[in-house]
Write a protein that binds this ligand. Structure first.
Ligand code: FES
Length: 313
């Protein structure tokens, strides 16, 4: 089992009507150090299951006296964000997993182009602090819905001046990816966090503009979506499990006592890869190539449908 940390909610505030910021302080001693782009997993005791949701750390990466996250309320989610918005109070205790970084800055980049969509701003709050400390060259392009998903906008506006480029969908302002990506100095790296359509758009436009893939970095912040219940069979142990509609396959395995490696819990890091042996699978990950999906699945997001799903576990 990976190590866990115990924290308590020491402050909470609404950044917008949809986004709640939580400050988490250690139950004892300083917290582990972390680097810009890191995320933590919150272990959330919900009514029928324990959810483990990943959230980017915001703020100053040197900070060990507390961690700070911002959570967007997603009514269509499986309950994690609702719990964090509507039930979690200042003073409550939480178990978390230590920080892991899947979205680090590329140190020698000549220029850093940061592209955020809505709640995707959160890892960039730490990136920006790190880039400012280094005196590095960067620009932030921030697409949001004014008054709803524009967290930290006034802070960024006064801090970044002309290096902040704002796109408010409510005013019809659109981010022109082709124009932005074609105007960057050679040796730039681009970082994107936000909805899948934005991540895909940046990758496609970057390729069209001749950017090498090695200079295009992305972080998806999506969590597993609910689906239909299904039955699971573990070939090695002979165990049969029922996976509820609100539960991910990974959560069902964890509830049965299996320790499956994982980092992102969103189908992008590749840590939870598992061999399947039978059944029909709804692959929802962004990691496996189609030929690999014939043999493997990512249980943090993917699900069985219809027949019993058989795993090599
Ligand atoms: S935990 Fe990252 S892909 Fe499953």
């Amino acid at each position: 089992m990976s190590a866990t940390l115990h924290v308590k909610v020491s402050a909470a505030r609404m950044l917008t009507p949809l986004i709640r910021e939580l400050t988490l302080s250690p139950a004892a001693g300083p917290l582990p150090a972390w680097s810009a782009g890191s995320h933590i997993q919150l272990h959330l005791p919900l009514a029928k299951r324990t959810a483990r949701n990943a959230y980017s750390l915001t703020g100053n990466p040197g900070e060990r006296s507390h961690y700070r996250i911002a959570v967007r309320l997603d009514e269509a989610s499986r309950g994690g964000s609702r719990h964090l918005h509507q039930q979690l109070q200042v003073g409550d205790r939480l178990t978390i997993s230590p920080p892991a970084n899947l979205f680090a800055l590329h140190a020698p980049a000549r220029h850093h182009l940061l592209i955020a969509g809505g709640i995707g701003i959160t890892p960039f709050m730490a990136h920006i602090a790190a880039l400012e400390q280094r005196g590095a060259s960067f620009d932030l392009h921030y697409a949001y819905r004014g008054g709803l998903s524009d967290a930290y906008l006034s802070d960024l506006s006064s801090r970044l001046g002309p290096h902040l480029h704002r796109y408010d969908a409510r005013r019809g302002q659109r981010l022109n990816l082709a124009a932005v990506l074609s105007q960057q100095p050679l040796g730039s790296h681009v970082y994107t966090c936000g909805p899948q359509a934005l991540l895909d758009g940046v990758r496609e436009q970057a390729r069209a503009c001749g950017w090498p893939d090695s200079r295009v970095h992305r972080e998806a912040f999506s969590a597993a979506a609910p689906g239909q219940p299904f039955r699971l069979q573990l070939a090695r142990s002979g165990q049969t499990l029922e996976v509820a509609g609100e539960q991910s396959l990974l959560e069902a395995l964890e509830a049965a006592g299996l320790d499956v490696p994982n980092l992102c819990r969103g189908g992008v890091c590749g840590q939870c890869v598992t061999r399947h042996l039978g059944g029909v699978i709804e692959h929802r990950d962004h990691f496996l190539a189609p030929p690999e999906q014939l043999e493997f699945l990512m249980p943090c997001v993917s699900r069985g449908c219809g027949q019993t799903l058989v795993l090599d576990l």
